[in-house]
Design a protein around this ligand. Structure first.
Ligand SMILES: NC(=O)c1ccc[n+]([C@@H]2O[C@H](COP(=O)([O-])OP(=O)(O)OC[C@H]3O[C@@H](n4cnc5c(N)ncnc54)[C@H](OP(=O)(O)O)[C@@H]3O)[C@@H](O)[C@H]2O)c1
Length: 245
């Protein structure tokens, strides 16, 4: 399969109203796929339709399994699913330093980052075609050493481990993970300006490409994962070299 063959396929992007997911949705639609985007905020979903009126939008919370089941029942047969939901630790107000982290809050983060991805897999599988694919999202913190990222790194590693195991279980249907480096999305909006600038400055100092990613650059990996019919159980690192720094 090539990217061109995404034309006419049905692609679902959960978390596709902003950031990386929005670029995946726009890219798949430009390649000729019938694209469905799910996220919570209706205004943001409407703005997706302003960008591309061919995209169908659904208001769904990925923490609600029944709502995900209902989404996939409504859509019917599906070829490719991309899962890019993000409820950041900053938005949840979690202090991610080990001595101060509140473990109930950390469990809530884990629910959003890891279990929401698992819920999407469970809800999607009954509707996924035999040549279909699921692409989950982790992040470089699964393997790059980053201060105050023990909880985030653990959640990302869990996603990568689960996908490797699931690849055997669900074949010939495919499942892969994209592991983005730090990317310029709305995800950092909740951080105080000074803390955000400091985080980006410290990150870029360790990235060989000396900058953070643009979401369009990360989105290409999801489109590749959908289109490459020999890819499963694999992790696509798009880190600007952070993992070799
Ligand atoms: N940006 C980075 O630097 C970076 C680095 C490494 C990994 N990642 C990973 O990449 C993925 C995408 O991140 P991003 O930066 O593109 O995020 P983003 O810009 O914050 O966008 C997040 C998307 O997820 C949706 N969403 C959040 N919670 C949801 C829920 N419970 N149910 C349904 N939709 C929900 C949001 O819409 P609503 O809020 O309206 O629902 C939005 O469409 C995440 O898994 C993130 O951990 C990002």
């Amino acid at each position: 399969m090539t990217l061109g063959e995404l034309a006419g396929s049905t692609v679902v992007v959960i978390g596709g109203s902003a950031g990386i997911g929005l670029e995946v949705a726009l890219g798949a639609s430009a390649a000729g796929a019938r694209v469905h985007v799910a996220a919570r905020n209706r205004d943001a979903l409407e703005s997706v339709r302003t960008r591309d009126a061919k995209i169908t939008v659904h208001s769904v919370d990925a923490k609600d399994f029944a709502a995900l089941q209902s989404l996939f029942e409504t859509i019917g047969a599906v070829d490719h699913v991309a899962m890019t939901v993000h409820e950041s630790a900053a938005r949840l107000g979690i202090d991610t330093t080990a001595p101060n982290m509140h473990l109930d809050a950390a469990a809530e983060y884990f629910n959003g980052k890891f279990w929401s991805q698992y819920r999407v897999v469970q809800a999607a599988l009954p509707h996924l075609g035999q040549n279909g694919s699921i692409t989950l999202t982790s992040g470089v913190a699964s393997r790059a050493g980053m201060a105050n990222h023990s909880m985030i790194g653990a959640a990302n590693s869990a996603i990568e481990a689960a996908a490797r195991q699931l690849a055997k279980e669900i074949a010939p249907r495919r499942i892969n993970v994209v592991a983005p480096g730090v990317t310029a999305t709305t995800t950092y909006d909740a951080m105080p300006e000074a803390a955000r600038a400091d985080f980006i400055r410290k990150t870029t100092a360790h990235v060989p490409l000396q900058r953070i990613a643009q979401p369009q650059e990360i989105a290409l990996a999801y489109l590749f994962a959908m289109g490459c019919s020999y890819l499963t159980g694999d992790i696509l690192d798009v880190s600007g070299g952070q993992l070799v720094a």
